[in-house]
Design a protein around this ligand. Structure first.
Ligand code: NAD
Length: 497
């Protein structure tokens, strides 16, 4: 039996009026799992109106009370953990251990911002008239935040926006991905229902309809969006005339560099994880691998033997390492990148095709003899590929890493401090991992440079994103000042005729 879910607006279910339904599939079986309303601009208007009304009260709810309400979300989520993980796995696809981690990390984000929100980020600065004046730098919520979410980590990336936005005193209208709306509704309905009505709302639907209506709505002053560069560019162009505050976390093309001193077996294990977690559908997946020419064969063979041993399967099946891709169109793109590379001279060591079975699976693929000009080295592949190329000198590889128009992250495997320092100073990316790729630390910012968008999530930066700055000059002495107009003393005899 398939699930049917309504939207969640003002703490109530809202079904489809004009928009009809959107099906959500299990990518491991291609079966329809359920359906959600295809929200329209009218649904967005309704959600934003509810969020605007709620924002008046939420802003004045004590930060300590907001913190307790966010901790209650965590407690409720813990009570529904199994159901959440199961639905997330069925709708999104990746292996169950990775889904468990996703939920755990999403809850960590809530705990972190619940506490950080208690502190506030404003300050009192020394005033120009210290005896009578106060200068207050206030950090206040924007009001209504629009959160537009992708499908690859639907709950985690939602939590990175929702937790700080709420802790900062904003209300939120969420537009989940069309591919992962069921699990988003499940989480919000079950675990955020104790928040006052209108504080958290979900409008499901397509990007061009529901998503764009949210971007266009004049009362939504902040759009926090994670997704592709193309969608981010479009959102920026729509939002520019309204001078909206944009927080964009866009695509990546992360490099993985094996230094001359690196242990090759350990580097092969690290890249297998960095490239293939979530079947390569991570914004920070290692998508370009650089190894010293002399070490290429030994390294590539070690990677290929790791990869050949991995098990493809439905995320819920015990022993699965890699689930399917999220939709058929993503598999077509991955296969196109592999085919182009092979046509241009690359060699497949393992993988390189879709297995014959139901579901959008693609075999994890290791390629060598890859050139920097190939699409698989320049465009985001977002799939289970490990294209390996060679280099000779550190500065050469740094300039090739920096040749990408995107700048999300990069990994270096090395134990040589001089190499490590030169690398992390010179690469133009938002996160550098030395030896342990793709780890997050909630106290530190995450985001990219260049076309990746420049937004920052996590850490105090992730809270600051949802706060506007206001400077208050407060004079406690209301008597007129001697430096005010007029500048003359009132004696007209001084004025030239
Ligand atoms: P996408 O850009 O297709 O969609 C992202 C969201 O934007 C979805 O909710 C979609 O419905 C919405 N959208 C689409 N068109 C819209 C429009 N015209 N107006 C408003 N909203 C619109 O991305 P995706 O396929 O869901 O996710 C994969 C992409 O996300 C990859 O490029 C990946 O690198 C990127 N990503 C980046 C980060 C990061 O932190 N930088 C993290 C995860 C994923």
């Amino acid at each position: 039996m398939t699930m049917e879910r309504a939207m969640w607006i003002d703490n109530a279910h809202v079904g489809p009026a004009e928009g009809g339904w959107i099906d959500s599939e299990d990518p491991a079986t291609e079966e329809v799992l359920g359906r959600v309303p295809a929200g329209t601009a009218a649904d967005v208007d309704r959600a934003v109106a509810a969020a605007q009304t709620a924002a008046e009260e939420w802003r004045y709810t004590a930060a300590n009370d907001r913190a307790e309400l966010l901790h209650e979300v965590v407690a409720r989520s813990m009570g529904h953990l199994d159901e959440l993980v199961e639905l997330l796995t069925r709708e999104q696809g990746k292996a169950r251990p990775e889904q468990e981690e996703e939920v755990e990390w999403a809850l960590t984000s809530l705990r972190y911002y619940a506490e950080l929100g208690r502190n506030g980020l404003g300050r009192v600065i020394p005033s120009g008239e210290p005896r009578t004046q106060l200068n207050l730098v206030l950090k206040e919520p924007y009001g209504v935040v629009g959160a537009i979410i992708p499908w690859n980590y639907p709950l985690l990336l939602l939590s990175w926006k929702l937790a700080p936005a709420l802790a900062a005193g904003n209300t939120v209208v969420i537009k989940p991905s069309e591919l992962t709306s069921l699990v988003t509704l499940e989480w919000v309905e079950r675990c955020f229902g104790h928040l006052p009505a209108g504080v958290v709302n979900v409008v499901t639907g397509t990007g061009p309809d529901a998503g764009e209506a949210l971007v266009r709505h004049p009362a939504v002053r902040v759009i926090a969006m994670t997704g592709s560069v193309a969608t981010g560019q479009h959102i920026a162009s729509v939002a520019a005339p309204m001078m909206k505050h944009l927080h964009l976390e866009l695509g990546g093309k992360d490099a993985f560099v094996v230094a001359h001193d690196a242990d090759l077996e350990a580097a092969a294990d690290a890249v297998t994880y960095a490239a293939l977690i979530n079947a390569g559908q991570v914004c920070t997946s290692a998508e370009r691998v650089y190894v010293p020419a002399a070490a290429r064969d030994e390294f590539a063979e070690a990677v290929a033997s790791n990869v050949a041993a991995l098990r493809l399967g439905p995320g819920l099946e015990a022993g699965t390492d890699l689930g399917p891709l999220a939709a058929d169109r993503f598999r077509t793109k991955v296969d196109g990148h592999v085919a182009d590379a092979v046509r241009d001279g690359a060699r497949i060591l393992t993988g390189g095709r879709a297995p014959e079975r139901a579901g959008y699976f693609y075999e994890p693929t290791v390629l060598v003899d890859v050139q920097d000009r190939m699409r698989i080295m320049t465009e985001e592949t977002f799939g289970p590929t490990i294209p390996i190329t060679t280099y000779d000198h550190l500065d050469e590889v740094i300039s090739r890493v920096n040749a990408s128009e995107m700048g999300l992250g990069a990994t270096l495997r090395s134990s040589d401090p001089a190499v490590i320092k030169r690398f992390y100073e010179a690469v133009k990316v938002g996160t550098v991992w030395i030896n342990d790729p793709l780890t997050d630390n909630y106290a530190g910012p995450f985001g990219g440079m260049k076309m990746t968008g420049g937004g920052r999530e996590l850490g105090p930066e992730g809270l600051e994103t949802f706060l506007e700055t206001k400077h208050v000059h407060w004079d406690l002495d209301p008597t007129p000042k001697e430096w005010w107009l007029p500048y003359h003393d009132g004696d007209d005899a001084d004025v030239p005729a």
